[in-house]
Design a protein around this ligand. Structure first.
Ligand code: PRP
Ligand code: MG
Length: 179
C-alpha cells in the first residue's frame, strides 16, 4: 500500500524559501530558469518571482503513468528553450524520485551551451540517483502536490485528497461530454 505525503501550499512556500536562501548564500543568481513541465511550472514561477526575473523556459517531459508506475524512460514531448548560450541556468522541478527526469533534462539543457547548470527540486526521494544542487526535504513517500492532487485521485480514488467529490462531479460531466 502506497504511503502518501500531502504538503500544503504553506509547506511548498517554506521549501521555496529554504532553497532560495541557499542560493543566496552561494551567491547564485541564474540568468534563466528551465521549468520541467508540468510539475515544475509552479515552483519555477515562485522561484522566478523571488529572484525578480521573468526568464522561464520549459521542457515538456513525462515519465509516470500513475502513482509509482513509469514508462521505460522519460519521454521528452517538447523543448521550449532558446538563448541559453553562456548563461547561468537553474533547472526546476517539484521532485526528484529516481532522478531520471532531471538527468534527461540537464542533458538537453547542456546542448544549449550554458555556462552553468544547477538543479533545484522542492523534494528529493532518499533513493534518487541524481541529487539536485538545491532541494528542500527528503521524503520517502509518494508526494501529492497541491497542483497534482486531482491527477492522483483520478486513478487512486482512495488517496487522501480534500474535496475530491467536487472534482469527480465536474470531471465526470466533462468526461461524458468528451464521449
Ligand atoms: C514527475 C515529477 C518529476 C518526475 C520525477 O513528473 O513531476 O518531473 O516525475 O521522477 P523521476 O525522478 O523518477 O524522473 P511526471 O512524469 O509525473 O510528469 P508531470 O510533471 O507532468 O506530472
Ligand atoms: Mg514532472
Amino acid at each position: 500500500m502506497v504511503e502518501f505525503y500531502n504538503p500544503t501550499w504553506d509547506d511548498i512556500e517554506e521549501q521555496i524559501f529554504r532553497i532560495a536562501k541557499e542560493m543566496a548564500k552561494d551567491n547564485f543568481l541564474p540568468d534563466a530558469i528551465v521549468a520541467i513541465l508540468t510539475g515544475g511550472v509552479i515552483p519555477a514561477k515562485l522561484f522566478a518571482d523571488i529572484l525578480n526575473m521573468k526568464n522561464i523556459k520549459y521542457i515538456d517531459i513525462k515519465f509516470y503513468r500513475d502513482v509509482g508506475k513509469t514508462e521505460s524512460k522519460p519521454v521528452i514531448k517538447a523543448v521550449y528553450v532558446n538563448d541559453l548560450d553562456n548563461k547561468k541556468v537553474l533547472v526546476v522541478d517539484d521532485v526528484s524520485d529516481t532522478g531520471e527526469t532531471l538527468e534527461a533534462v540537464t542533458n538537453v539543457v547542456s546542448m544549449f551551451s550554458p555556462k552553468v547548470i544547477r538543479t533545484a527540486t522542492l523534494y528529493v526521494k532518499p533513493w534518487s540517483r541524481k541529487i539536485p544542487d538545491y532541494y528542500g526535504d527528503k521524503v520517502g513517500k509518494w508526494i501529492i502536490f497541491p497542483w497534482d492532487k486531482w491527477d492522483v485521485v483520478r486513478t487512486n480514488p482512495d488517496a487522501p485528497v480534500a474535496k475530491k467529490e467536487k472534482y469527480f462531479e465536474l470531471h465526470n460531466i466533462f468526461s461524458r461530454m468528451r464521449g
